[in-house]
Design a protein around this ligand. Structure first.
Ligand SMILES: [Zn+2]
Ligand SMILES: [Zn+2]
Length: 151
């Protein structure tokens, strides 16, 4: 298991145990398999809003028999089960987010990384939206991350 990277977004990145992963799948009525557990673990320990290819390329090192279709199908299954959601901050590429609670995203236009930040949901309620039914809320910022600004 890979050591957790130090991140600054305030979310826990501790590597989950196999038991925790299995329970998480069961709660969402997804039958656990070796590959599903691996993909779930990747999502929980990275928080980098990966694409299918990002997950596939990294897991292929550990599991040479893994197919891209398996990763794609697993993410679709997770999506239907409500385990992940898809971000539409990146054009023409589905990026998956394991954090389904409300939070904002900052996309760096230089390195392409997508960062999480906490947003106070209540601060977004507007008087002008009284009487509207809201299905989806997104907070997207784009710009340059601190690392790229230093270059
Ligand atoms: Zn950057
Ligand atoms: Zn996110």
């Amino acid at each position: 298991m890979k050591a957790t990277k130090k991140q600054t977004d305030g979310y826990a990145h501790e590597p989950p145990t196999v038991q925790q992963l299995t329970t998480m799948l069961s709660v969402h009525k997804v039958r656990p398999s070796q590959q599903r557990l691996m993909i779930l673990e990747y999502l929980l320990t990275h928080h980098n809003h990966p694409s299918v290819d990002m997950i596939y390329n990294e897991l292929l090192i550990k599991v040479p028999t893994l197919s891209r279709a398996t990763v794609y199908n697993t993410l679709n299954l997770f999506l239907k089960a409500g385990l992940v959601r898809v971000l539409d901050i990146v054009e023409n590429e589905a990026r998956y987010d394991i954090l389904t609670d409300f939070h904002g995203h900052f996309k760096c236009n230089t390195c392409g990384e997508i960062f999480n930040f906490r947003v106070i949901d209540e601060a977004l309620v507007s008087e002008e939206l009284k009487g509207f039914g809201i299905d989806d809320k997104n907070v997207y910022f784009k710009g340059t991350c601190p690392k790229c600004l230093k270059k």
